[in-house]
Design a binder for this molecule. Structure first.
Ligand SMILES: [Zn+2]
Length: 182
């Protein structure tokens, strides 16, 4: 589907940090969605990228950080356990041999056939080679120690992974140190 998108829409796919009304970081959405929410009056613009978005009649600053107009009670602060999110947590690095930039799969530390669960603590990014090598064994049996103990990621830590050069303005909202560029 992605390849079918019209040229020039890239800017609208830019990532936007969404804060609760009290500035608590909630999630990341696309600029397209953010503009729509601003238009509907559901959010306020807090920071923008140094770019504008044109429609036939209006010029919008391209949002970078937005804030909900009304406080939302977020009981469910959990990050969804998914292949994509486990790989993201592990920074696409094999948790056995530390290789990056190779085809990745997910490994059950305690194999599923032996009662291992689908959980943040039992799933890690793993290259296909290590996955084959480890087979149906636990790390200690395969003599393949993990490079770090997998944990359930916390939301702010998770959102921080989206921060690149262009997202400098997000840093204070994610309790990251300023870059001292001025
Ligand atoms: Zn590996």
């Amino acid at each position: 589907m992605k390849t079918l998108k019209r040229k020039g829409n890239g800017i609208l796919n830019r990532e936007v940090l969404v804060l609760n009304q009290n500035y608590q970081p909630l999630l990341v959405c696309t600029a397209r969605r953010a503009i729509c929410l601003i238009y509907l009056g559901k959010v306020e613009l807090v920071e923008s990228y140094h770019k504008v978005v044109h429609s036939p009649s209006v010029v919008f600053p391209l949002p970078s950080v937005i804030k909900l107009s009304r406080y939302v009670n977020t009981h469910n602060n959990d990050i969804v356990l998914s292949r994509r999110n486990v790989l993201k947590r592990d920074q696409h690095q094999c948790q056995y041999c530390a290789k990056r930039s190779v085809p990745m799969t997910l490994d059950h530390i305690l194999p599923k056939e032996r009662g291992g669960s689908d959980s943040w603590e039992n799933l890690v990014a793993c290259c296909q080679e290590c996955n084959r090598k480890k087979g149906n064994r636990r790390p200690v049996e395969a003599k393949m120690p993990l490079i770090r103990r997998p944990k359930k990621p916390n939301k702010i830590y998770y959102i921080r992974q989206f921060v690149k050069r262009e997202q400098i303005s997000w840093r204070p909202y994610l309790y990251m140190e300023p870059l001292g560029l001025d």
